[in-house]
Design a protein around this ligand. Structure first.
Ligand SMILES: [Zn+2]
Ligand SMILES: [Zn+2]
Length: 256
């Protein structure tokens, strides 16, 4: 029953279906060659470059020239976060990936983002005792259905293969809650961001377990660092010894 014609028809149908339904990369929109490997293509992941060293010891911003130590802003006003690192600057593909996770609910992206953070933020995780996601206010969480920071934090905490084979399996502690709904930081001037999030966070009962410990705050984007700073102050006021931070991306402020 060979059915050469049927065979050709089937191949044509396969090809048509592939063209019609081929999922596109959530970042660059090109058809995915390997949809089973995730919703962002390999070329996009490879295009996400780290921040260019040397980096500020504290906030992780690139330093001008060959300077070492702290950036002008951290020298001027010390932050409560002891050390912060990110996958890269909040632009291009990394920004598209974070938007796909956050606004298109492509939650599967939290895992590869966490993997990159474990690699590029290995020194932040070294010696840490727990991972703490920056919480959303309950109303925002209900609206979105999930907290992207908690998704990333869960995969960071779970450990797994990293290039340096170091296993940083850590407990995830929901030590913070948002007690006040705040306007999105994105729409505010740098000056207003701190007042927007001041007193917006409180510790939960779970924070007890983090007293005297080194913890790593996890969020999707750090813009001015105001949210991380307020979270760190809240945790330290409750007895946490050291607060570090990992964010998928950070907005790089031009050094002044
Ligand atoms: Zn792509
Ligand atoms: Zn700095």
């Amino acid at each position: 029953m060979g059915g050469g014609r049927t065979g050709r028809a089937e191949r044509l149908a396969d090809a048509l279906l592939a063209v019609l339904f081929a999922p596109c990369c959530a970042a660059c929109r090109a058809p995915l060659d390997h949809p089973a490997r995730g919703c962002v293509c390999g070329a996009c992941w490879q295009s996400i470059l780290p921040l260019t060293p040397p980096l500020c010891d504290l906030c992780g911003d690139p330093l001008p020239g060959m300077a070492l130590g702290r950036c002008p802003r951290c020298r001027r006003s010390p932050q409560a976060v002891d050390r912060a690192r990110a996958i890269g600057p909040y632009e291009g593909t990394l920004r598209d990936v974070i938007h796909a996770l956050k606004y298109d609910a492509r939650r599967s992206l939290a895992r590869p983002l966490a993997r990159l953070l474990r690699e590029r933020g290995a020194d932040v995780l070294a010696g840490a005792d727990a991972v703490i996601p920056v919480p959303l206010h309950s109303s925002r969480r209900r609206e979105r259905g999930f907290n992207q920071a908690a998704d990333i934090a869960r995969h960071i905490a779970a450990g797994g293969a990293t290039s340096d084979l170091t296993d940083y399996r850590l407990p995830i502690v929901h030590a913070l809650r948002r007690v006040r709904a705040t306007a999105p930081q994105a729409g505010l001037s740098a000056g207003r961001r701190h007042s927007n999030v001041r007193d917006a966070f409180a510790v939960t009962a779970a924070c007890q377990g983090a007293r005297g410990r080194i913890v790593v705050l996890v969020d999707d984007v750090s813009t001015t660092g105001a949210t991380l700073d307020v979270c760190a102050r809240t945790l330290k006021a409750a007895g946490v010894a050291e607060v570090r931070a990992l964010t998928a991306a950070r907005v790089v402020t031009s050094p002044r």
